[in-house]
Design a protein around this ligand. Sequence first.
Ligand code: ADP
Ligand code: ADP
Ligand code: ZN
Ligand code: ZN
Length: 746
Amino acid sequence: MRNIYVQGLTQNNLKNVSFNIPKEKITVFTGVSGSGKSSIVFDTIAAEAQRQMNATYPPFVRSRLPKYPKPAVERIENLTAAVVVDQSPLGGNARSTVGTISGLYSSLRLLFSRIGRPYAGTASFFSFNDPNGMCKTCSGLGRITKVDVEAIIDLNKSWNEGCVRDSLYRPGSWYWKQYAKSGLFDLDKPVKEYSDEEYNLLLYGSRDGKGEPENPKVTGLFHKYTKTLLNRDISGKSKHTQEKAVNLTAEMECGDCHGQRLNEAALNCKIDGYSIADMCGMELTRLRAVLARISDPTVGVLVQTIIEGLDRMIEIGLPYLHLNRETPSLSGGEAQRLKLVRYMGSSLSGLTYIFDEPSAGMHPRDVYRMNNLLRQLRDKGNTVLVVEHDRDVISIADYVIDVGPRAGQDGGEIVFAGSYQDLRKSGTLTGKAMLQSLPVKQTPRRPVGSLPVRNACLHNLKHIDVDIPLGVMTVVTGVAGSGKSTLISRVFASQYEKDIVMVDQGPITATSRSTPASYLGFFDEIRKLLAQENNQSESLFSFNSTGACPVCGGKGVIVTELAYMDPIVTECEACNGLRYNQEALACTYKGKNIVELLGMTASQAMEVFKDSRIRKHLKKMEQVGLSYLTLGQPLSTLSGGERQRIKLAKKLGKKGGIIVMDEPTTGLHMSDIQYLLKLFDLIVSQGNTLVVIEHNLDVIKQADWVIDIGPDGGNNGGEVVFVGTPAQMVRSADTLTADSLRASCE
Ligand code: ADP
Ligand code: ADP
Ligand code: ZN
Ligand code: ZN
């Protein structure tokens, strides 16, 4: 049984394909975005492996496991248990750190309980998630949320001038009178001139800031806002209240543990002068060096295990992380690499490992390390499946399955299967793209101005100054952890918050029923056309309104809840899943009813609609390379790359914007990237500014301006190591990015 065999696969856009995947080999799935790679690897192979595993549990357990629908496939043979190593976020809360998720924190706790001095207890006394170890003030979070006094009070103003910013307290109002008529304040004195006593009265209602309020109507603004904004669950309150809570409170370091999360006893216990919190705040390379100096033979094996764990993280390109880093703040690529490290430690074999673009977020310099880890997994006897676009990763494939020829309905076939060498001769889009890389731009645009960022020092940034040029495309480069996201997505973006739009690959925040037509805003126009043509009201063509099928209420499906079992979802028999009632479906425009109109792809719709208000949007879909999507496809089914492009489509035709993108090539095929670059060109020529964080060398070569951050990651990064045009970079820069760029020009 040397192959996994898949027969008759029709999931999503796949056109009844059958193929083999060699076991215990590295197979890379290639093809343009939307061609059907994820439909094969995630929706079919991973889902079926998981479904078969779940089917072995009793129904009671099964009803508590995630649901995997049966893929549309005739037969799959020789599947093994599958492990998906994707870019979804790791863990969800502030209690989950790189240390807890990797298991290294529990090993460190054990180490401190054995040889830390003075002795503090057993291992739970070092856990910030355990009442024995946690700092009581912040419950082990390291930070606390407090009312932000200066956000509430304008210190330069007096009561008569309206010192409380909240309009509830404007002079003359009921709330204002409670304070103003208390006799406790000089109504003309600006707050900044208050004595300590007056200030305490204002904030806490008492002169010492601790006791009972002097006047029951003046309980203190700090207490008052703490009560209304922090000490109750406001998640169900109005948007206004929630915004107020965000604006009037600030998260700050816990004053008792200084962000170290642990109580005093735990923090006093040390090894070689370092507490467990000190160690967790060190970059992994430094921590490794500190641990390597421990000579106590009773903990030799334990220390060795921790060092091996650290080495794996360092190997895979995460040397700049520290164990105290909260996992929700990791990028998708970093999360995926941490997951990979967890599996590398296991000695299981005979599994199928599935990766989603493992090169995401990686500088070309680091890709080879990850390639080695993929090879190690294979050599332990596992089957490794990788969805990838990166030339260097594709080159290590034992077997390549190229899906295409294009996206959506124009894709869904296996256009090539075989060795990497043969792929290069295959003539497919991927095969051809492997052979050509883009040239360096010789005539970059000139900026029309610039936005300064001064003395940036968040995270690892070393008080740097940069000017972001306007009216051109700037690419920000540097190895992982050098500080690109911190500089652009955090510092620059918050400084120029009002002028910037961030266009990412994340989910589109719209309702689950959103479609390209509703998201871009031309669904209304289609409804208008139908209404005019048939002399009906527009609401008849909305499945949320009078047009809804009366049986399913516009859902298209009937859900039957069963106790202890999966709910049963069946297509609505009244409307056959079409969501609309008969009256709505009887109306047509150019011979097509609403469902048929929404079932057209954007390019088909171009033939049908002559209305310029609709064509304008269809044209945008075409410009971003999404003319193969149907007008009614739920946005929730789009891939990350497709999502990012439809967001860009919404921005097209506007002027003077500053668009920031973090790794826009993620999920994109080399030929998609050329398309994306044309789109970037269009956006900039329409008078916009683009700032792009990117590792892809083709994108860097086509920039007007490059800002390179480095020289390396973490503490060894955070400086501007080069600014200039890509041609200047190739010619004269002495940085890691310049080295990679030169190598790719040879
Ligand atoms: P790739 O992984 O190659 O980028 P996908 O397998 O994600 O492509 O998608 C292939 C095609 O199927 C795309 O046109 C995509 O929009 C479509 N598609 C993906 N998921 C769904 C779904 N749940 N329902 C309908 N269409 C889908
Ligand atoms: P890049 O975008 O170049 O990969 P980042 O800006 O993400 O780099 O990271 C730069 C440095 O800042 C790294 O050492 C990283 O660990 C650190 N860092 C990033 N985000 C956070 C955070 N939320 N908390 C603490 N440190 C962070
Ligand atoms: Zn604390
Ligand atoms: Zn129905």
